[in-house]
Design a protein around this ligand. Structure first.
Ligand code: SF4
Ligand code: SF4
Length: 349
């Protein structure tokens, strides 16, 4: 869609029709050639930057993106890195790599060839109608006048008249080209068309078949898994980590463990989070920062101490902190857990 709807029209606008582009490519380097190439790539770059920013805005919101665009990249390095990388990928892919992505990188085409059968709708050539191909007016010739327009327009340089091929990316350029030829000749459109192999061979077509049920089952299964995963999604990340250094400290008859809570706000705007220790009898919790305000995609580390009277310590036990976002419709939050360690229990290394 990006290639045919955006980048290719720019190419046609700047460098002209296919024939003009071929002539330009073969021409020696001169001012006109350089100017056209420079303009085309400059527009490609601007377009790639724009699309990359639209992509980033999905995650950080448009007002926040606008704010970021007016500040220095070092103020928001992650968003800048994403915008920079996506711009590069778009530019390289659509200015140069193009259909090679479908042929070399994308597994979908290969997978698709294993999924189709004789009743699957693909792009095909009507052999019975077109063959034997021959020049216009040739005796006994079919509807194909062997003009090769369908081959010339094919971005992967295949001849659809040779049957369904793995390299076909389904762009339909050959259908449009052949329909134009048929229109000029006053013949019926659809010599190259969307149809099943059975349809192209005028055999009876089947819609409901066993693979359709199997694919539907797996499609619904995927949907159910995705729905479950989305429902479990939390809009912030919280981890309870032990602070580097000694696993515990004994002081004035008390045992102290030091932790920190690592928080990341995954929402589009600034949010406030509350840290609430889950009470345990005989255990004191010290949370210097109970309320933390975080900008979109920002992270923070909050120290967190647990103190137990030495006489009451009888072995490791878990300590938990409930973290929740203040306000919001789903203020459920999450509970993070760590192990309290004392003198007779060294952590495994
Ligand atoms: S749809 Fe036609 S033009 Fe497009 S890749 Fe397939 S054969 Fe080529
Ligand atoms: S464009 Fe149509 S008529 Fe021309 S070669 Fe292809 S199939 Fe035949």
């Amino acid at each position: 869609m990006f290639l045919e709807g955006l980048y290719r029209p720019i190419e046609r606008l700047v460098e002209g029709s296919r024939e003009q582009r071929i002539r330009l490519e073969r021409a020696p380097f001169g001012l006109e050639k350089l100017a056209k190439i420079a303009i085309k790539h400059a527009v490609y770059l601007v377009l790639s930057v724009f699309v990359a920013h639209v992509f980033v805005s999905y995650f950080v919101s448009i007002p926040r993106l606008w704010e970021m665009m007016r500040s220095h990249p070092s103020d928001h390095p992650e968003a800048f890195a994403w915008a920079f990388t996506v711009t590069g990928l778009l530019y390289v892919n659509f200015a140069w790599f193009r259909e090679q992505l479908c042929l070399i990188v994308c597994p979908y085409g290969r997978l698709q060839s294993a999924l189709v059968d004789d009743d699957s709708i693909t792009i095909g050539y009507d052999d019975a109608r077109g063959e034997p191909r021959g020049k216009l007016g040739a005796d006994g010739a079919g509807d194909c006048v062997d003009c090769k327009r369908c081959v010339v327009v094919c971005p992967t340089a295949i001849d659809i008249r040779n049957g369904m091929q793995l390299d076909c990316i389904g762009c339909t350029a050959c259908i449009d080209a052949c329909d134009e030829v048929m229109d000029k000749l006053g013949r019926k459109r659809g010599l190259v068309r969307y149809d099943s192999l059975n349809g192209l061979m005028a055999k009876p077509k089947r819609f409901l078949r066993s693979r359709l049920y199997v694919y539907t089952f797996f499609g619904l299964l995927g949907l159910a898994v995705a729905t479950f995963a989305f429902k479990k999604h939390v809009d912030f990340e919280a981890n309870l980590l032990r602070l580097p250094g000694l696993p515990y400290v004994t002081e004035a008859g008390k045992i102290r463990n030091s932790f920190e809570i690592h928080l990341v706000n995954k929402r589009g705007g600034t949010e406030t989070f509350l840290l609430e220790p889950v009470p345990v009898q005989g255990v004191a919790f010290v949370v210097p920062l109970q309320k933390i305000e975080l900008a979109s995609l920002a992270g923070a580390r909050a120290p967190f101490f647990v103190v137990v009277d030495g006489g009451q310590f009888h072995g490791d036990f878990p300590v938990s902190v409930h973290v929740r976002r203040v306000g919001g419709e789903e203020a459920g939050g999450t509970t993070v857990v760590a192990q309290f360690l004392g003198p007779s229990n060294q952590p495994a290394r």
